[in-house]
Write a protein that binds this ligand. Sequence first.
Ligand SMILES: Nc1ncnc2c1ncn2[C@@H]1O[C@H](COP(=O)(O)OP(=O)(O)OP(=O)(O)O)[C@@H](O)[C@H]1O
Ligand SMILES: [Mg+2]
Length: 412
Amino acid sequence: MRSWAEAERAEVGRARLRVSVLVALAIALMIAFVGGIAYVVMVHAQETQVSRELRYNARYGVPGIAPRCAWVFVLEDGTLHEGDLEVPRGFPLRDDIDAVHASRGSIERDVKANGTEYMVLTAPGADGTTVQAVFDLRYQLLDRAHLLLALAIALVAGLLLAALVGLTISRRTVGPWAEALARQRRFVTDASHELRTPIARAHLRAQVLAAGLPADQRTDLDALARSIRGLADVVDDLLASAQLQERRDRVPVDLTDVAEAAVVGETERATERRITVLLDHPGRPVLVGGIETGLRRAADELLANALRHTPEGGRISVSVRTVAGQAELVVADNGDGFHPAEAERLFERSHRGPGEGRFGLGLALVREIVTGHGGTVEAVGRPGAGARFTLRLPLAEAGLPVGGEHMTGACP
Ligand SMILES: Nc1ncnc2c1ncn2[C@@H]1O[C@H](COP(=O)(O)OP(=O)(O)OP(=O)(O)O)[C@@H](O)[C@H]1O
Ligand SMILES: [Mg+2]
């Protein structure tokens, strides 16, 4: 299971990355947008300019003396005048000239040839002639390529700048949050640490008191000692997960034991309210790899919820089994139930049933514990027809060291 500090560091890292990527994306989009507009404007201006020149040449141009990169061909009385200039291969477009000569309409087209692009206008000229004006776009294409290159360079430079700006911004925005989380963790560490000694003393005192009593009068004090011991486990867990380096190793935990302990822990409350709690297990260990205190807390919480939502005389069943290579712990009751649409929301922090005056944290913690163990938890219910909570956990890998009860320094 990941420690609290590790999860916190990962979350802060993710937030930083998100802010950096968003800032970089915004700057990149801006550059691409401005560049795109510049490119479109430039292409449009070039096309207008070339089209104007073509029209001018078609009207006033004379074969052989047209300006650079432009040619004019004239069909006059069946003779095609090309002038003395060297003509690009494939020109003039004789088919267009004949078509215009026949129809007296005009044709304008782009032609890709000789490794460049030409704009060609074929139109009727004066005195029954037909004129074809050709413009080689190579310099315009070169200008466009230069602009694209400049844009690409600006984009790369912009992205680098954006990454730097993103990092700075993310540091500034995420910094205070990370600081607050660290402060919270320090508080939990200090508080848990301070609680360990009084809890250890209380546990010891309960044990000493119990030892001084005859065996038949010790039951309540033993139960008290067990509860204090559970409290110490919780505090130890908090301390371990809040400290940076501590990471408890997983050990095989018997889910049957966990379920049994939860049922035993609630026997008194169940008897008081005449609720029958049934325990069903395969009679052999069902081992999952994990942290026993965490799993115990999850099972306790499910059973405590079930007791709270089951009316007097009701029934609760706690069952453990192995299904499809997974361990399953099911706590089902025939109490209040809930609306099926609510099922997912029950696991949200602070989701409480109406007017119950509780924290609404229990199921959120159950889910954290279970997902931390690589498992899932599912809730199924119907109003007035009871609820069923199913924990599914991977079975323990063979070869894990077998763990027992772990009781750290707090209580001897
Ligand atoms: N067995 C159940 N039957 C019906 N509703 C349930 C059952 N278990 C939980 N719920 C519903 O889910 C809600 C959330 O449960 P959760 O354990 O997270 O909080 P809580 O028990 O209200 O408070 P906390 O556990 O923090 O003391 C409950 O308030 C209740 O509405
Ligand atoms: Mg609860």
